[in-house]
Design a protein around this ligand. Structure first.
Ligand code: KIV
Ligand code: ZN
Length: 403
């Protein structure tokens, strides 16, 4: 297996960790619809669910494996605790896929060991080779996660990872389960793993992070600089509590700043080779689909996919964008699958945007007409949040009648 990845692997867990968002439960058909859309988006791995969690999840994983898990399609993955029955059921559900992965995990932080598992570090070190080895007897593609790695003792973590890799794990995933780490700490953790786990070159380093402090995406970008090659993320950042790292934010950061990230993948800075396999023009569609099916609204100011992400309201910004898009945009709306950016007319808008919209609507006003209409527009805009095209037409027609 080539662990020297020259591309970032995008592992989507919308259907597993994302579905763990309170209230976001999906039925089998909805999961299948989202899985198809994720395949079209170009994700490398779909974590389709946790087969032992429920009969419905088992069925969904099995259906996704059978229909989306084609030879050319993504790897289909299922979650399993480090327990024989979880692993057996995951394998059973995943088997119809051409390429499939078992993702098994056990907690390694002292907090989790003492209060949740009631096990010692020694117990955990004994379970890992047994369960990773069992998973490996069922599939060559095994991922292992030390849950709560972000709060685990790094020395113990190195031993855990070395043991998991020796038992056959081909991906070792480092979860910041409670979103506790900061970017510098998380980057240092990944670097420490690269430097201190003797067999680390036999596995891909993956990262998984929650957004309790709003730092998940920043942590991942720091992890990439320090050797992480798989990113676990969800559409719209949905997931437990404050959610997971958002796929669209990670992918667009890697896309917009590709010259910056190239050297970390061993490429010349100016290389235009994409950093991952995602078709960015599918991002907006997939975001809408996930929002509609899970019922989880996307906040208007959400990076990349929020309704305001490509909208400009203030006069200074509108004037700049109308003169040259790059004045206030670092990516274009088409790159995520929107048709165009939006100039929103409101009380902060200026004459340039006002005149531009009227011309689009077919009005060619004289300077005097424009001045009068603009004054009226400002009066209306002070009372209404957003001025629609209908409002504009009413304003102009009114003013023209009076001239
Ligand atoms: O957050 C977490 O630790 C997880 C693991 C199961 C990877 O979701
Ligand atoms: Zn998680």
């Amino acid at each position: 297996m080539n662990t020297e990845q020259d591309r970032i692997i995008i592992f989507d867990t919308t259907l597993r960790d994302g579905e763990q968002s309170p209230g976001a439960t999906l039925n089998v058909d909805e999961k299948l619809t989202i899985a198809r859309s994720l395949a079209k988006l170009g994700v490398d791995v779909i974590e389709a669910g946790f087969p032992r969690a429920s009969a419905g999840d088992f069925e969904a994983v099995q259906k996704i494996a059978a229909t989306v898990g084609t030879e050319e399609g993504p790897v289909i993955c299922g979650l399993a605790r480090a327990m024989q029955e979880d692993i057996r059921q995951a394998a059973e559900a995943l088997k119809p896929a051409a390429k499939w992965r078992i993702h098994t995990f056990i907690a390694t932080s002292d907090i989790h060991l003492e209060y949740k598992l009631k096990k010692s570090r020694k117990d955990v070190l004994a379970i890992i080779p047994e369960m990773v080895g069992y998973a490996k007897s069922l599939t060559p593609d095994v991922e292992f996660s030390p849950e709560d790695a972000g709060r685990s003792d790094p020395e113990f973590l190195y031993e855990v990872l070395q043991t998991a890799i020796a038992a056959g794990a081909t991906t070792v995933n480092i979860p910041d389960t409670v979103g506790y780490t900061t970017p510098r700490e998380f980057g240092a953790l990944i670097r420490g793993i690269k430097e201190n786990v003797p067999n680390i070159d036999q596995a891909i380093i993956s990262v998984h992070g929650h957004n309790d402090l709003g730092l998940a995406v920043a942590n991942f970008l720091e992890a990439v600089q320090n050797g992480a090659r798989q990113l676990e993320c969800t559409i719209n950042g949905i997931g437990e509590r404050a959610g997971n790292a958002a796929l669209e934010e990670l992918v667009m950061a890697l896309y917009v700043r590709r010259q910056y990230y190239n050297p970390f993948l061993g490429r010349p800075r100016e290389s235009e080779t994409p950093l991952c396999n995602i078709d960015t023009t599918q991002i907006y569609k997939t975001s809408r689909l996930v929002s509609n099916l899970t019922g989880m609204m996307v906040q208007p100011n959400k990076a990349i996919v929020g309704t305001n992400a490509f909208a400009h309201e203030s006069g200074i910004h509108q004037d700049g964008v109308l003169k040259h898009r790059l004045t206030y945009e670092i990516m274009d709306a088409q790159s995520i699958g929107l048709t165009k950016n939006q100039i929103i007319l409101g009380k902060h808008s200026g004459r340039h945007a006002f005149r531009d919209r009227l011309q689009t609507l077919g009005y060619d006003l004289s300077e005097t007409e424009l001045n009068k209409a603009f004054l009226r527009f400002k009066e209306v805009a002070d009372k209404k949040k957003v001025i629609s095209d209908l409002d504009l037409e009413a304003i102009v027609n009114d003013e023209m009648q009076q001239v």
